[in-house]
Structure formats: structure tokens, C-alpha cells
Design a protein around this ligand. Structure first.
Ligand code: NAD
Ligand code: DAU
Length: 354
């Protein structure tokens, strides 16, 4: 079996659902169930003998040790993180606790566990760190896309904490020979994404006739990847990569935030027409401090070495995503009515509004 941390979050849950469906191998999920973790994301596996769920913190050494000793996973995949840039700007503390110290705790326990394995078990063991393209910093319009050799230059507390974690993972490979892998991915979208991130927040706000907040001029660029394509990339890296390698994973769909919001509005205008186009809700507000201008991913390495390609275009993936949220309004409603979520939205956008 494998151990997946953060398996109740957006990407982790998609990964676990696809893993059990496609690979059919048991999974232990270790998740603290922070505001972003939602056990309902794994509802379809509630009675599955293939899922073992453990509520807990990755930064709890005795707990991590006991899980490894008891279940003896053949791989650990670390998705657990504080993941929202805006929250990291307002209050970085939890980002240090989970993203840096938590990753260190997993690595230390993995090292003890792996060193005591032998034979095939030791040979096969892997520690895979799920990371982000934000560690590379920000590009100008003319810069080439991030490759695996682009120097790290993180610019906000979230990306700095992820960069620190990546450095620890690399150091454990170089120092102890640990069989680690790192994936650096671009912006994901798809089912089960917590509606504090751009795309689900736009959909949810549009459906409630609320403003669609765009930071600054909205000309910042992100590379968008459908979450299930990201999960397939991770499966390929885990299965086929030599140890110690890093892979960038991206959709090759660079879009400005204005292009994203217009696309979301156009599709909603078709699927759920309202009195006026949803575009009338677009509202520019103060920019994010230190806002990275452009991310772009060069994913040639994973394409050529591991034969991975995204299956969705931005147009097909975003349509599927919007349809999923429309079909799962009950999932949305539970989050929408949650006090913690409302407090974040009210305080963040009240303070940001100009
Ligand atoms: P998310 O915020 O939706 O989910 C994070 C999950 O981790 C939640 O289930 C949460 O409960 C859990 N968690 C948080 N702190 C924990 C702790 N101390 N112990 C145990 N569990 C804890 O995040 P996501 O968007 O699914 O991102 C998953 C991973 O992918 C993160 O490492 C993130 O940095 C990385 N990533 C995300 C994106 C993206 O676009 N969302 C892109 C590239 C990389
Ligand atoms: O690039 C990968 C990263 O993508 C991941 O590592 C992060 O975990 C993930 O959150 C994401 O970071 P971003 O900051 O790019 O994502 P977010 O959805 O917060 O914002 C996308 C863009 O939209 C960004 O330029 C900020 C802008 N934005 C965001 C929000 C929430 C707005 O204009 N308005 C908003 O309300």
C-alpha cells in the first residue's frame, strides 16, 4: 500500500480517488482536516476496504512513526500543505509549521523506516514530494518557461515554505541516498477545489450573483492544468522515474486572469443563463502584495522521459469543471455556509476592496 498525506484536500482527494479506481492498490490517508481538508471528498470510498483514513498532523513524529511501522507502505506521497498564497501573506505561521517542519518530520521518519528495510522492499521504497512551480519565482513576458534547472527564487511565504521543503527533500537524497522524487506543478483546477482559489471562487460567486474579484489589472498569467492530468503525471513519476529526479508538470495553457474569468462567464452564460451576462459581476480590486506576474512550465522532461501528456485542453477541462460544480451544488453549499469560510471571504475581500 501507499501513504498519501493531505488526501482530503483538492489534489490529494483526486489522486486517491483515481489511484483506487485505476491502480486498485490500498491507500492510507493521513490528513489533519484543516479548513481545506474535507472528508466528504472521499465519500465514494467510505465503505472501500482499500482506504484507511487517519486524522492527524504530518508534524507529529510518534504518529508518523506508528503509521509506518504498522502499515509498512511501499511509498509516501506528501500532498499535505497550507496551499493558499493570500493566507500565507496574511498569516505565514501555519505555512512554516506544515510545509517546512511537517515535511521534515515525514522525511526523518521515512529515513528511519527506509534504513531498516532490506532487499526488494528497500529497493522499491519512494518518497514523493508534491510541489509547485511557484518555487521558481516570477517570469516576465519574454522569459522562457520554468525548466527543472531554473534556480529557485520564491517570492511569497507560501512559495518560500514549499521551496524550503523541496531543498530538504533534495538534501535527504544527496546526504542519505534516500529514494526521493519531486514534482513541481502549475495551477490546477477541477472537482473538489476549495472555493478560495480563483476558479471555484469565480464559479461560486457568479452563481450567487456576487462580485468576481480580480486583483489589479488581471493581466497576471498562470499555466493551467486539469487536476486529473496532474494526478496521472504523479503516478508516472512514482512508477517510472529514477530516484533523486525532479519533474515539472504543466498544461501548456498560459492564460491571463482576465481570460480565465471571461471563459468562466461565457460557459456559465451558456449552461446557467442569468438576466445579465456574468461578466457584469467582474470587479477589479487592489492587487495581491508581491503578486507574481507570470508562471509558465516547460514540461518537456516528463513528456519525453515518461511519455506523459495532458489529456484536457483548457477549454475542455474548464467546461468539465464548471459542469461538475453545477452538478455538485450540495458540496458547494456545505462549504459556502461554513463560518470559517465566510469569515475568510468577508475579511479578505472587505480589506482588499478599493
Ligand atoms: P489543499 O489546501 O486543497 O489541501 C491540503 C490538504 O492538506 C488538506 O486536506 C489539509 O487538511 C491537509 N493538511 C494541511 N496541513 C496538514 C498537516 N499539518 N497535517 C496533515 N494534513 C494537513 O491543497 P491542494 O491544492 O490540494 O494542494 C496539494 C499539494 O499540491 C500542496 O502541497 C500544494 O503545495 C501542491 N500544489 C498545488 C497546486 C494547486 O494549484 N492547487 C499546484 C501545484 C502544487
Ligand atoms: O502555480 C501553482 C500554485 O497555484 C499552487 O502552488 C498554489 O497552491 C495554488 O493556490 C495556486 O497559486 P495562485 O496564487 O496562482 O492561485 P490562486 O487561485 O490563488 O490565484 C490565481 C490567480 O488569480 C493569481 O494571479 C491571483 C488571482 N486571483 C486570485 C483570487 C483568489 C484574483 O485575481 N482574484 C482572486 O479572488
Amino acid at each position: 500500500m501507499i501513504l498519501v498525506t493531505g488526501g482530503c484536500g483538492f489534489i490529494g482527494a483526486n489522486f486517491v480517488l483515481d489511484w483506487i479506481n485505476i491502480v486498485k492498490e490500498p491507500v492510507i490517508v493521513l490528513d489533519k482536516l484543516t479548513y481545506a481538508g474535507n472528508i466528504n471528498n472521499l465519500d465514494s470510498l467510505r465503505h472501500s476496504p482499500e482506504l484507511i483514513f487517519i486524522k492527524g498532523d504530518i508534524n507529529d513524529p510518534p504518529l508518523v512513526e506508528s503509521i509506518l511501522t504498522q502499515h509498512r507502505p511501499r511509498a509516501m506521497l506528501n500532498f499535505a500543505a497550507e496551499s493558499h498564497v493570500d493566507r500565507s501573506i496574511r498569516k505565514p505561521d501555519d505555512f512554516i509549521h506544515t510545509n517546512i517542519n511537517g515535511t521534515f518530520c515525514l522525511l526523518e521518519n521515512a529515513r528511519q523506516y527506509w534504513q531498516h528495510l532490506s532487499g526488494n522492499e528497500k529497493e522499491a521504497f519512494r518518497f514523493l514530494q508534491v510541489s509547485t512551480d511557484e518555487v521558481y519565482g516570477s517570469l516576465t513576458a519574454q522569459d522562457p518557461a520554468f525548466s527543472e534547472t531554473t534556480p529557485y527564487h520564491p517570492k511569497n511565504p507560501y512559495s518560500a515554505s514549499k521551496a524550503a521543503a523541496d531543498h530538504l527533500v533534495s538534501a535527504f537524497h544527496h546526504t542519505y541516498g534516500m529514494p526521493t522524487l519531486i514534482t513541481n506543478c502549475s495551477n490546477n483546477y477541477g472537482p473538489y477545489q476549495f472555493p478560495e482559489k480563483l476558479i471555484p471562487l469565480l464559479i461560486l460567486n457568479a452563481l450567487q450573483n456576487k462580485p468576481l474579484f480580480i486583483y489589479g489589472d488581471g493581466l497576471q498569467i498562470r499555466d493551467w492544468l486539469y487536476v486529473k492530468d496532474h494526478c496521472e503525471g504523479i503516478r508516472k513519476v512514482l512508477a517510472d522515474s529514477p530516484i533523486g529526479e525532479t519533474f515539472n508538470i504543466g498544461g501548456n495553457f498560459e492564460k491571463t486572469n482576465l481570460e480565465v474569468v471571461h471563459t468562466v462567464c461565457n460557459i456559465l452564460d451558456q449552461l446557467k443563463p442569468a438576466k445579465h451576462s456574468y461578466k457584469t459581476l467582474i470587479t477589479h480590486i487592489e492587487d495581491r502584495p508581491g503578486h507574481d506576474r507570470r508562471y509558465a512550465i516547460d514540461s518537456k522532461k516528463i513528456q519525453t522521459k515518461l511519455n506523459w501528456q495532458p489529456t484536457e485542453t483548457f477549454e475542455s477541462g474548464i467546461r468539465k469543471t464548471i459542469q461538475w460544480y453545477l452538478d455538485n451544488l450540495a458540496w458547494f453549499d456545505t462549504l459556502k455556509n461554513n463560518n470559517h469560510y465566510q469569515n475568510w471571504i468577508n475579511s479578505h475581500y472587505k480589506e482588499s476592496a478599493t
